[in-house]
Design a binder for this molecule. Structure first.
Ligand SMILES: Cc1cc2nc3c(=O)[nH]c(=O)nc-3n(C[C@H](O)[C@H](O)[C@H](O)COP(=O)(O)OP(=O)(O)OC[C@H]3O[C@@H](n4cnc5c(N)ncnc54)[C@H](O)[C@@H]3O)c2cc1C
Length: 455
């Protein structure tokens, strides 16, 4: 049976970005509906990830002032260079002193539930187990969605926050499928590890592993891409990525990842001797990241808005090209889309012409554009042709070593954004310090705001 309902805004997807947009809209008094296809918000996102400090600095106030469920503050990146299964060199030059952090690790389900809870508290109606399967189109304008339950739900604006698997922007004729050479597939292994062992082996460090292709564990991009071990309170995640297209060939990605990981765990002594005896495999996951989408001019030029619709986060291919972190841009773009939706509904104009300001503000954002066009990770592959270890180490230093702090890489964008934030709120720096202190304490004690249960 079909039902007609009216909302100001429908947000499709309750992953990382959707709840931020919904929170903005509902807080401004807009009738806001958020649809999520899975049982629990965050269910369909990767199991765990690391969210860099700049995401929190420039996140909406409710995130900065809250107690989100975070796992561990990370203050150092260790790059291990492997030859014949042994670490022959390390680059530990990327670090930051406490109470600052480089990144917080977090599990996706609790964090997305926490975000969705805040959106609901602000007045959003959330329907889980509900998939938006089609758009309602009226005179070429998006006017709502059709759900898998057969409901037609109308709204003045649809914010598409459906992530990489999004089909709505294609249906609206705004975007095309992403080219395969912009996609990286990631396999993650979730291991339980006693908290004391995580402390002893890793503490507040994450480890990356780099090796030449002959080693067949991880190559400097092209073949095996990055290999990291992210650490949580009482678990660790090795994550191994593989670009689908390598040297113009489509690789059998799943097989490579399994083979590389098998070889890594059996030959690399850091894993075999130090870690393997202390861990138990709990789960294995496989997912896709649109890491190089922003480097592709055609993708960059695809619209992120249309008549009655804005597209945020991964659905708009906003994952960062260098670090593969997509949460910061999902939060930033969702907040901008939320603000623009509020302005559009209040002005009674949700045409593409009005929503153009979403596009303009995304382009003017200090961090979004720069993160999409950073070629450092892509350029790692230039160490391959000469089989050049020194070149690989130099490039790794630029990517996950002290090179990160270069003005043109991160520092310039972070400082420019900070200056703008401080001109709006001169007391902002002190608030940031308090936020880091609170988040760090919460990680220590395992505290977060109470989370809703979904069954
Ligand atoms: C393996 C892997 C590792 C990653 N590691 C990191 C990391 O360390 N740091 C980092 O910052 N980022 C990381 N990312 C990227 C990050 O997960 C994404 O950039 C981020 O989740 C994007 O947020 P989003 O809101 O755009 O989409 P998502 O968080 O993916 O949310 C989309 C939501 O929409 C729902 N949905 C989809 N279609 C529909 C529909 N039709 N109707 C209703 N609901 C729908 C989905 O179920 C999902 O909940 C990683 C990604 C992967 C795959």
């Amino acid at each position: 049976m079909s039902m007609n309902e009216d909302y100001d805004v429908i947000v499709v997807g309750a992953g990382f970005g959707g709840p931020v947009a919904a929170h903005k809209c509902a807080s401004a008094g807009l009738r806001t509906l958020m649809l999520e296809r899975s049982v629990t918000p965050g269910d369909k996102v990767v199991s765990g990830l690391a969210i860099p400090f700049y995401a929190f600095l420039y996140a909406p106030e409710f995130i900065r002032d809250g107690n989100p469920p975070l796992e561990r503050p990370i203050r150092q990146v260790v790059n291990n260079f492997i030859r014949d299964g042994e670490i022959y060199a390390k680059d530990t030059s990327l670090w930051i002193p406490p109470p600052l952090v480089l990144t917080y690790t977090a599990y996706c389900v609790p964090l997305c539930v926490w975000l969705a809870d805040r959106a609901v508290e602000a007045g959003t109606e959330l329907r889980t187990r509900t998939t938006a399967v089609d758009l309602v189109m009226e005179d070429g304008k998006v006017a709502g969605v059709v759900t898998d339950k057969g409901d037609t739900i109308r709204a003045k604006v649809v914010i598409d926050a459906a992530g990489t698997q999004d089909g709505l922007a294609l249906k609206a004729g705004l975007r095309k499928k992403l080219p395969t050479d912009t996609l990286e597939l990631y396999m993650l292994w979730d291991y339980e590890m006693a908290r004391e062992d995580v402390e002893r082996e890793f503490g507040n460090k994450v480890e990356f592993f780099c090796a030449m292709p002959d080693e067949r564990i991880v190559a400097p991009l092209g073949f095996g891409s990055t290999f990291y071990i992210f650490v949580y309170r009482d678990s660790i995640h090795p994550g191994l990525g593989q670009f689908i297209v390598t040297e113009d060939k489509v690789e059998n990605v799943a097989r490579h990842l399994e083979d590389y990981f098998e070889r890594f765990t059996t030959t690399v002594s850091r894993w075999r001797d130090d870690i393997a005896p202390k861990v138990t495999l709990r789960a294995k996951m496989f997912d896709v990241c649109p890491i190089y989408a922003g480097l592709d001019r055609n993708v960059r030029e695809m619209p992120i808005h249309g008549d009655g619709m804005m597209i945020i986060g991964d659905a708009a291919a906003m994952e960062s090209a260098a670090f593969g972190d997509g949460v910061p841009n999902a939060w930033f773009s969702a907040a901008i889309a939320g603000d623009v939706a509020v302005e559009a509904v209040k002005a009674g104009d949700t045409s593409a012409g009005f929503l153009q300001r979403y596009d303009e503000r995304v382009k003017a954002h200090n961090l979004i554009g720069a993160s999409l066009s950073d070629t450092r990770r892509y350029d790692m592959r230039w160490a391959l042709p000469g089989n050049d270890e020194r070149e690989m180490r130099r490039r790794a230093h630029e990517l996950f070593g002290r090179g990160v702090w270069r003005w043109r890489h991160i520092t310039g964008q972070v400082v420019r954004e900070a200056m703008q934030a401080m001109s709006r709120d001169p007391g902002g720096a002190l608030k940031w310090l308090k936020m880091f202190n609170r988040f760090n304490r919460n990680c220590e004690t395992g505290f977060s705001d109470t989370l809703s249960k979904y069954e």
